[in-house]
Design a protein around this ligand. Structure first.
Ligand SMILES: Cc1cc2nc3c(=O)[nH]c(=O)nc-3n(C[C@H](O)[C@H](O)[C@H](O)COP(=O)(O)OP(=O)(O)OC[C@H]3O[C@@H](n4cnc5c(N)ncnc54)[C@H](O)[C@@H]3O)c2cc1C
Length: 302
């Protein structure tokens, strides 16, 4: 953790004991895909609509006009799920925080001061309402989230298709910060991408609807806290186990899965809000420093 001038406020060495290993999203996706029989995933088949047929069956319509009838339908389709409206009226709401994503490549050679500041793991430079969070990835890459508490109108006012101007407008929010930190924005080598953070309500749940359920972000979209992908994969595994445990009674399987999933997810949702407040709230960066100092205690609680 650095201050805005690049001075180190806290350093947590990676002793390999932290218990939170990381994996690149693309690598993880490939591991999962490789575990499936060929043809399980049908690419380019966008769901455009779904309607109940009664008796727990649903008709799913795809963009190419084709349809299938489901005996069990699992909405694993993320924040803007097309399946969720069958179960819940909840819509994701903008949190008021946007992450602008940037990348630097070949960093040890081309951006040595910035690469050194980020180090071998993750770097946080935070202030109330704003921060630069960068992470070293395999292949000598720095992946950055520029985190800003800003209105939807502010985000809409930046033309992200004009990469140079967008970079300059985002960097202007960090006037006076160390140049080797703002280089993560100004020297970005891919067009910056704005990711407006949306969430479903805390404690989002629904009453049982025959033949359909949700998992992952479709069920419990929360602020990024490093747990979303874990929870989505865990949901999938638990749903599979519940179906295997009730092979002749799918409703019993979905009830068991959902009740456990609702209870499991709620504390993570609350903690995700706490973490984003630690990062960008009034006490930043000292809230997160306190959190890291007590992190082992939180991990032990899980
Ligand atoms: C900026 C940011 C940073 C994050 N960082 C982390 C992190 O470091 N660690 C972590 O664990 N989590 C992180 N998360 C959260 C994580 O990305 C999600 O929680 C996770 O991806 C949820 O997985 P999912 O499978 O439920 O949904 P998704 O990953 O959104 O997958 C949904 C899939 O459904 C497909 N789909 C959607 N609509 C349709 C349709 N109509 N028809 C067909 N297919 C459709 C999509 O193409 C996609 O493949 C981050 C989130 C954000 C926004």
């Amino acid at each position: 953790m650095l201050d805005r001038h690049g001075a180190v406020l806290l350093e947590v060495p990676d002793d390999g004991e932290a218990g939170r290993p990381e994996v690149l999203r693309g690598d993880l996706r490939q591991v999962l895909l490789d575990s499936l029989p060929d043809g399980t995933v049908q690419w380019g088949r966008k769901v455009t609509g779904v309607r109940p047929l009664g008796g727990g069956r649903h008709e799913v319509t795809f963009a190419d006009g084709s349809t299938v009838t489901s005996s069990v339908l699992v909405g694993a389709d993320g924040a803007w799920s097309k399946i969720r409206p069958l179960l819940s009226d909840a819509d994701p709401a903008y949190l008021g925080t946007t992450f602008v994503e940037t990348y630097l490549y070949d960093v040890d050679r081309r951006h040595p001061a910035t690469a050194e500041a980020v180090g071998q793991g993750a770097m946080y430079a935070l202030a109330p309402g704003k921060g630069i969070v960068a992470h070293r990835e395999a292949g000598n890459i720095l992946h950055t989230y520029v985190e800003l508490n800003r209105s939807a109108e502010w985000v809409a006012g930046i033309d992200f298709t004009d990469a140079a101007t967008a970079r300059a407008q985002v960097a202007a929010e960090f006037d006076g910060w160390a140049p080797h930190l703002t280089a993560l924005i100004t020297d970005g080598e891919a067009a910056p991408v704005a990711r407006m953070i949306h969430t479903l309500p805390d404690g989002h749940r629904w009453d049982r609807v025959p033949g359909v359920t949700l998992l992952g972000d479709a069920a419990h979209l929360m602020p990024p806290s490093g747990d979303g992908a874990n929870l989505a994969m865990f949901d999938g595994a638990e749903l599979g186990k519940a179906i295997a445990a009730h092979p002749d009674d799918i409703e019993a399987a979905l009830t068991a899965y959902e009740q456990a999933m609702f209870a499991r997810t709620e504390p993570f949702h609350a903690e995700a809000h706490e973490i984003i407040d630690l990062c960008l709230g009034e006490r930043a960066p000292y809230g997160l420093i306190d959190f890291f100092n007590g992190a082992l205690v939180m991990d032990d609680r899980r």
